[in-house]
Design a protein around this ligand. Structure first.
Ligand SMILES: Cc1c2[nH]c(c1CCC(=O)O)Cc1[nH]c(c(CCC(=O)O)c1C)Cc1[nH]c(c(CCC(=O)O)c1C)Cc1[nH]c(c(C)c1CCC(=O)O)C2
Length: 344
């Protein structure tokens, strides 16, 4: 049967009259119904590990807006949690983890094959979603890319410039590379299990790829993505992969070809004109409206949304933001963006 889900058609390289649309962090704090369910769960991590409630929050933006895709509700830091690093979230500040900076810290981590018991509730959420979603809505699974996850594991928290991870890379390269390899192998196992549970596409979030330059980008962003994607393609032929090397700049050029990704997600630091000429020539792109428009709305939102749709209309395109929607966004602006994309 020919594929009917718009997201999967775009990912297979089809140029569509109206691009499919979904939004990073579409289940999140800007939605009152999300805040209510999160309060019911108690805290963010309990929400991630409660399959029924995680299913519910994943479905909320689908019900409210009719997006073309749902993304599993979970977090990129569940992998360190499953590997045995402590993880907690400080309200208003963000994640905290036990740090990995010595061989002794690393030796305590579990193996890549030992993560599944801990992550079973996540696979259950995927499976729930795969039966609960409307038939036209595609289900996206995801994981963090090894470099981005390593930056949190090394520093024990989010950092502006990923300084501690860069320092470990310089000062103890073998340990740093052992961590990248463990994360690469765990990510393959994790994404593979999500696909077995019903994910129809997977996305690899390398949110801090932009701080890797030159050879370091090739070794720690490009090479792990290539290994993960080729292994996923071997195990699950036909399941598309979206790669998001955020703020890669010129390194966006050729990224899909070199890694085997079906689509690259663009942040909003690149212009649609540049990306159409340099990145979309190799296949599908996703993006790239600045999430600040979800706060400010108005004619500027409409104009920039039309500009992005127009600029990418001659090739495969998935409409999305350049990064996650923020808690101060106005839910009405999301509707305005969707109406504008679909007006044509
Ligand atoms: C770096 C990163 C993380 N998590 C993620 C990334 C990569 C993408 C990006 O760059 O945004 C990815 C992520 N996090 C979440 C999802 C779910 C799917 C989605 O809706 O996109 C996804 C795909 C839920 C979440 N992950 C988090 C929330 C907010 C939690 C809450 O309800 O308080 C959500 C909905 C928390 C989180 N999780 C993380 C941080 C730094 C924070 C705190 C910052 C913040 O509060 O926004 C780590």
């Amino acid at each position: 049967m020919a594929e009917t889900k718009l997201l999967l058609r775009a990912l297979s390289g089809e140029t569509l009259p109206t691009p499919p649309i979904w939004m990073m962090r579409q289940a999140g704090r800007y939605l009152p119904e999300y805040r209510a369910t999160r309060a019911e769960a108690g805290d963010f991590l309990s929400l991630c590990y409660n399959s029924d409630l995680a299913t519910e929050v994943t479905l909320q933006p689908i019900r409210r807006y009719g997006f073309d895709a749902a993304i599993l509700f979970a977090d990129i830091l569940l992998i360190p949690d499953a590997l045995g690093a402590d993880l907690w979230f400080v309200t208003g500040e963000g994640p905290r983890l036990s740090t990995i900076t010595t061989e002794e810290d690393f030796a305590k981590l579990k193996g890549a094959d030992d993560i599944h018991d801990h992550l079973a509730p996540i696979y259950q959420t995927v499976s729930n979603l795969s039966s609960a979603l409307p038939k036209e809505v595609a289900l996206i699974g995801f994981a963090g890319a090894p470099w981005t996850v390593a930056t949190y594991m090394i520093a024990g928290r989010g950092t502006k410039d990923q300084g501690p991870a860069h320092a470990l890379m310089q000062e103890n390269t073998p340990l740093f590379e052992a961590l990248i390899d463990r994360l690469t192998d765990s990510t393959i196992e994790y994404l593979s299990a999500q696909i077995r549970a019903g994910a129809e596409c997977v996305k690899l979030f390398d949110s801090w790829a932009g701080s890797l330059k030159g050879e370091a980008f090739d070794k720690y962003a490009l090479a792990p993505a290539k290994k993960i994607i080729s292994e996923i393609k071997d195990r699950h032929p036909g399941v598309p992969v979206i790669a998001f090397p955020r703020e890669a700049g010129d390194k966006y050029i050729g990224f899909a070809k070199e890694t085997g990704a079906n689509c690259v997600a663009l942040d909003n630091s690149v212009s649609p004109e540049w990306a159409a000429a340099n990145v979309q020539v190799d296949g599908c792109v996703q993006g790239n409206l600045a999430s600040s428009h979800m706060v400010t709305g108005g004619q500027a939102l409409v104009d920039e949304t039309r500009h992005i749709v127009q600029t990418f209309k001659n090739g495969p395109h998935i409409f999305n933001l350049g990064h996650g929607i923020t808690p101060d966004a106005n839910p009405d602006n999301v509707q305005l963006m969707i109406d504008t994309v679909r007006e044509g």
